[in-house]
Write a protein that binds this ligand. Structure first.
Ligand SMILES: *[C@@H]1O[C@H](CO)[C@@H](O)[C@H](O)[C@H]1NC(C)=O
Ligand SMILES: *[C@@H]1O[C@H](CO)[C@@H](O)[C@H](O)[C@H]1NC(C)=O
Ligand SMILES: *[C@@H]1O[C@H](CO)[C@@H](O)[C@H](O)[C@H]1NC(C)=O
Length: 342
C-alpha cells in the first residue's frame, strides 16, 4: 500500500476555529449530507480548538417510561468511521435503526473528514491522536459508559482506545479514556494492521490485490462506478445508490486519516488481557478488503469468536442488506444487558 503515500499531497484547507455550534456554518462537503428526521448535527470542540462534526440521534422515547426503564437505560452508542467515510455513513440506516431500538446514537467525523475541521499538515493524525479525540468527546459529552463501534480503519482506532483504557497506569485516578460498556469491530482492520492483508492478497488473489490497491491507494473507486461497487458494496446494490455514495465518499476525506508508512511503527496494537472488555468482532463474507484470516486474527486478539454476516460487503452499514449486520449487533447488545442484570 506504499502508493498511499501519494495521498500526502492533498492540499489542506485553512484551519478554522469554530464556536461550539453555529447554525449557518458553511458546509465543507460540496454535496452536503442531508440529515434525516430526528437527527442533529453538533460540533464538539477539542482542546486544540478544532471542532468535530457529530451526528446525534436520540433513542425514541417510550411513552410509559418509568423508573425501572430509566434504571435499565441502554448504553449510548458511539460510531467511528473508516477511511474515505464520515459520520453520514452511519446516519443513513444504522442511526435510525438503533434509535428505534432505544439507543442514543452519536456518529462523528474524524479530523479532516466530513464536516470536521482540517488540521494543518498533510495527514489528519495518528492512531493515538484519533483515539484521543474520541476519548475527549466521550469524557466530556457522554455520561453512561458507551459502546464504541468502529468500521474498517475506525476499528483500529477503537482497538487503540481499548489498549489505552486497559493499560493505563495503576493509581491514575481519572483516566483520559473513560470505561466502555463494550466495543464492536465492524469489518475492522486487524490489530497487526493491513500489511498482512495486502501480502495475503498478493499471493492468493493477485488480481484482487491489484484491484483493491488501485481502488484504494490510487483512489480509482472515485472515478469508476463498477470498482467503487466492487470495493465497498454488494453486486445487487442499485447503481443509483452506489453513485450517490460514491459522491459522498469522494467528498468525505480532505486528507488521509494516517500516514500509512508511519502507521506500521504503532502496530501491532498493544495487547490487552482477553475479557478485559466485551468485544464483538463482526465481519462480512463478501468483504473485498478484510478477509476471513484478518477477521480470525482480530477474534483471537480479544479471545472471542468472530461473527461473520453472510451476503454482505465491506460497507456493512450502507450495503443493501445493512439490516443483517444491525440485527447481529442488536442481539449482542441485548446479551450484554442481561449479563449486567446477573
Ligand atoms: C473502570 O474500569 C476499571 C476496571 O474494570 C475499574 O477499576 C474502574 O473503577 C472503572 N472506573 C469507573 C469510573 O467506573
Ligand atoms: C510492517 O510491519 C510488519 C510486521 O510488523 C512487516 O512484516 C512489514 O514488512 C512492515 N511493512 C512496512 C511497509 O514496513
Ligand atoms: C477462521 O476461523 C474459523 C473457525 O476457527 C475456521 O473454520 C476458518 O478456517 C478460519 N479461516 C481462516 C481463513 O483462517
Amino acid at each position: 500500500m506504499a502508493a498511499l503515500a501519494l495521498l500526502a499531497n492533498v492540499p489542506s484547507t485553512k484551519m478554522t476555529v469554530m464556536p461550539r455550534a453555529i447554525l449557518n456554518r458553511d458546509f465543507k462537503l460540496r454535496v452536503p449530507y442531508e440529515l434525516k428526521q430526528g437527527q442533529f448535527r453538533l460540533f464538539h470542540e477539542l482542546p486544540s480548538g478544532m471542532s468535530m462534526e457529530v451526528i446525534f440521534q436520540k433513542s425514541v422515547d417510550y411513552k410509559n417510561s418509568d423508573e425501572r426503564r430509566e434504571r435499565m437505560k441502554n448504553p449510548p452508542l458511539v460510531f467511528i468511521h473508516g477511511s474515505f467515510h464520515a459520520a453520514w455513513c452511519w446516519a443513513e440506516h444504522w442511526l435510525p435503526f438503533f434509535s428505534q431500538h432505544g439507543y442514543d446514537c452519536y456518529a462523528f467525523s474524524l479530523l479532516g473528514q466530513g464536516e470536521s475541521d482540517t488540521p494543518a499538515g498533510s495527514v489528519a493524525g495518528t492512531l493515538q491522536t484519533h483515539a484521543g479525540d474520541v476519548a475527549d468527546f466521550i469524557q466530556k459529552e457522554i455520561r453512561l459508559p458507551p459502546v464504541l463501534l468502529g468500521h474498517s480503519f475506525g476499528g483500529l482506532i477503537v482497538q487503540y482506545y481499548i489498549a489505552n483504557m486497559v493499560n493505563r497506569p495503576i493509581l491514575e485516578t481519572e483516566s483520559l479514556y473513560p470505561n466502555l460498556t463494550g466495543a464492536v469491530l465492524v469489518c475492522s482492520v486487524p490489530p497487526s494492521g493491513n500489511s498482512g492483508l495486502v501480502w495475503r492478497y498478493l499471493f492468493s488473489k493477485p488480481i484482487a490485490a491489484f484491484k483493491v490497491t488501485r481502488s484504494l491507494a490510487a483512489k480509482a473507486f472515485q472515478t469508476s462506478l463498477p470498482l467503487c461497487k466492487e470495493t465497498f458494496f454488494s453486486a445487487q446494490m442499485d447503481d443509483h445508490l452506489v453513485l450517490r455514495y460514491q459522491k459522498l465518499l469522494i467528498e468525505s476525506s480532505r486528507m488521509p486519516l494516517f500516514d500509512l508508512r508511519k502507521l506500521n511503527a504503532s502496530l501491532p496494537v498493544p495487547s490487552v488481557p482477553s475479557s478485559s472488555v466485551n468485544v464483538l468482532v463482526l465481519g462480512a463474507n463478501n468483504d473485498f478488503i478484510v478477509d476471513a484470516e484478518g477477521l480470525n486474527e482480530t477474534g483471537r486478539f480479544y479471545g472471542v469468536s468472530p461473527v461473520c454476516v453472510e451476503g454482505i460487503a465491506h460497507d456493512m452499514m450502507l450495503d443493501c442488506s445493512w439490516e443483517r449486520g444491525a440485527q447481529a449487533i442488536l442481539s449482542w447488545l441485548s446479551d450484554l444487558d442481561s449479563q449486567e442484570l446477573i
